[in-house]
Design a protein around this ligand. Structure first.
Ligand code: SF4
Ligand code: SF4
Ligand code: FES
Length: 234
C-alpha cells in the first residue's frame, strides 16, 4: 500500500487548471499560461490580434476582468497570465481618424497640430486614457504637453507606447492620444532635435558618391572573397 501523500505519476504531471471566460464562454485552461495561449489552447480563431508575442506590437489589446471585481481593465494578451475566474475579450478594431501629413513640408508643426488634430485641445482631463493604458503611460498629461507644444516631453513619455489604441475608445473628446503623440514625436525628431554631429556631412558625402567605388567593389565580391575580407565574428 502507498503512503497517502504519494500520487500517481500521471496525476503529478497534469497541469493545474483554472476556469476562464473567453468572449462569454467558459473554458478550463492550464494555470499560468498567457491569455493568448489560452485562446489557442481553447481553439479560438485568432485571425487578428497576434503579432510579436513579446509585448511590443500592441496587436493583442485585450479587456479583462478578474473574479468578483466589477472593474474592466486592459492588458496585452501575450503578456498577461490567466487567473481563475477571469473573463476576457480582444478589443475590436477602432475606427480612429488618422491625419495625413508630410512632416518635411510643415513650417510650424506646433501650430499645425491644431489643424491636423483640432480635437486635441478639447481634452476634458477625465484621465480615462491614462487608466486604459496597459503601458502605464500618463496619456492625459501627454495630450496636454502636445497641446502646449512640449513635443520633446511627449516623445519621451510615449517611448513605451505600443499603439494598441486602448486609449481611443474611452476618450469623451474623441481624441486619439496615441496618434497625437506619434505626430508630436515625429515632428520633434524632424524639426526640433539637433542632428548628430557629422550626420549631415556623411549624408552629403554619400550623395556626392564618395563611397560609390568601394560599394561597387563590395557588390562584385564572391561569397568566398567576402568571407576572407570581412572581420571575423568568432
Ligand atoms: S498610449 Fe494608448 S496606444 Fe499607446 S500604449 Fe497606451 S493605450 Fe496603447
Ligand atoms: S480620455 Fe480624452 S478627454 Fe479624457 S484625459 Fe484622455 S485625452 Fe483628455
Ligand atoms: S502580440 Fe505583440 S504585443 Fe502582444
Amino acid at each position: 500500500m502507498k503512503p497517502h501523500d504519494i500520487v500517481e505519476q500521471n496525476q503529478a504531471i497534469q497541469p493545474q487548471m483554472v476556469t476562464v471566460e473567453i468572449e462569454g464562454k467558459r473554458f478550463q485552461v492550464p494555470a499560468g499560461i498567457t491569455l493568448m495561449k489560452a485562446l489557442w489552447y481553447t481553439g479560438q480563431d485568432v485571425i487578428r490580434g497576434a503579432g510579436c508575442l513579446g509585448g511590443f506590437c500592441g496587436a493583442c489589446a485585450t479587456y479583462y476582468r478578474t473574479k468578483d471585481d466589477p472593474k474592466v481593465k486592459t492588458c496585452l494578451a501575450c503578456s498577461k497570465a490567466v487567473e481563475d475566474g477571469m473573463s476576457f475579450s480582444f478589443m475590436p478594431a477602432f475606427p480612429a481618424r488618422k491625419a495625413t501629413y508630410d512632416l518635411t513640408q510643415l513650417t510650424d508643426p506646433k501650430q499645425d497640430l491644431f489643424e491636423l488634430y483640432p480635437e486635441a485641445p478639447l481634452c476634458r482631463n477625465c484621465n480615462a486614457c491614462t487608466e486604459a493604458c496597459p503601458q502605464s503611460i500618463n496619456v492625459r498629461e501627454g495630450v496636454w504637453k502636445a497641446v502646449f507644444g512640449d513635443f520633446k516631453a511627449v516623445s519621451e513619455m510615449f517611448m513605451d507606447c505600443v499603439m494598441c489604441s486602448m486609449c481611443n475608445p474611452v476618450c469623451i473628446a474623441d481624441i486619439s492620444p496615441n496618434l497625437v503623440a506619434v505626430y508630436a514625436s515625429r515632428a520633434q525628431g524632424v524639426h526640433y532635435t539637433d542632428k548628430p554631429e557629422g550626420l549631415e556631412s556623411r549624408i552629403q558625402e554619400i550623395a556626392d558618391g564618395k563611397f560609390t567605388h568601394d560599394w561597387d567593389r563590395v557588390l562584385k565580391l564572391s561569397d568566398e572573397d567576402l568571407q576572407n575580407t570581412s572581420a571575423s565574428t568568432s
